[in-house]
Design a protein around this ligand. Structure first.
Ligand SMILES: [Ca+2]
Ligand SMILES: [Ca+2]
Length: 314
């Protein structure tokens, strides 16, 4: 009896202790569950917020692209000459548009040398290949790159000299493939052509383009290096001087261009122009925490808004 009478308070104390621990555990579990729910909710809200920001940014980018197309359509009606003193060439923004910050600009794609003009119908045009060779020389790049690209574009399987490359060359690589034997789908495809490593691509990038059809170079927007390649008797210094003058007083016609180039004029006016039909639109949009960039190739006909040939969004 005495033993039981002494044991009872200890047992009650233990029971209280166990109950307290259980209560604390329940409270801790409830707190953890509440925290997990709040965390899940805040994560969901953040995802929804980012999704909404991205949708808003994409809509603003599309609107900016439509604005650029309308601007080009207005220019086409006004004049057949295109140069960088015209409104289309102005950088736009950053502008606040319905909660988004938009900036963008248009580049004349015909200010670069169109690589697909070298062999437009599967047959190499020697005059165009010569211009490309001169461009490579101006840029300090090996002349053999021209033959390798000519073979990539032409429809035959005969290598153009020691630096050319057809199927036999590409099939001997560790990861073999075939020569395209057709126009480049995009400038980045150059990386598959013999000799076009990252350094060569970086050097070429501002001066070349791969448009779906053969196009003329616009002498009003050509880079000094491209202009120099068009003027066999010229050098880069003279081409830069011509560009500086052109920025104040654009060429009104090819005759005007030939006259102002003087003794160092072009060997031929074939493949040259003072206007353009191909433009690249660049758009950057920030909405909330989301930044969207868009790039599009625009093709302009004589009338109407330019069509979008391709569009990339990132
Ligand atoms: Ca070929
Ligand atoms: Ca060939």
């Amino acid at each position: 009896m005495i033993g039981r009478a002494r044991a009872a308070p200890v047992c009650r104390g233990r029971q209280h202790g166990v109950a307290l621990v259980l209560a604390l555990a329940v409270v801790a579990l409830a707190a953890a569950a509440a925290s997990a729910i709040l965390h899940a909710q805040s994560g969901w809200l953040r995802v929804e917020s980012l999704r909404s920001d991205r949708a808003q940014a994409l809509a603003a980018a599309d609107a900016a692209l439509d604005w650029a197309r309308a601007a080009l359509a207005r220019e086409a009606r006004a004049t057949g000459v295109d140069h960088r003193l015209e409104p289309w060439a102005a950088h736009i923004g950053p502008l606040e548009v319905e909660g988004a910050t938009v900036s963008g600009w248009l580049d004349d794609a015909q200010g670069a040398f169109n690589l697909n003009g070298i062999a437009p119908q599967g047959r190499v045009l020697p005059a165009q290949l010569d211009r490309y060779r001169r461009l490579l020389a101006v840029l300090g790049l090996p002349a053999g790159l021209a033959d390798a690209l000519a073979d990539w574009l032409d429809s035959d399987a005969r290598a153009s000299g020691p630096d050319g490359a057809e199927d036999a060359f590409y099939l001997a690589l560790a990861a073999p493939y075939l020569a395209a034997n057709q126009p480049l789908a995009e400038r980045g495809e150059l990386a598959r052509v013999r000799g076009y490593d990252a350094q060569v691509l970086e050097r070429l990038r501002p001066h070349v383009v791969a448009l779906p059809v053969a196009t003329a170079v616009n002498v009003n927007t050509a880079t000094p290096e491209v202009l120099c390649a068009l003027l066999p008797g010229s050098d880069l210094g003279a081409a830069r001087a011509l560009v500086l003058e052109r920025e104040r007083r654009p060429f009104r016609s090819l005759a005007d261009f030939a006259a102002r180039a003087g003794d160092r004029g072009p060997d031929s006016l074939d493949g040259l122009a003072v206007g353009s039909a191909w433009f690249i639109a660049q758009v950057r949009v920030r909405a909330g925490e989301v930044v969207v960039s868009a790039e599009a190739l625009l093709s302009r006909a004589a009338t109407g808004a330019p069509s979008i040939v391709w569009r990339r969004r990132g």
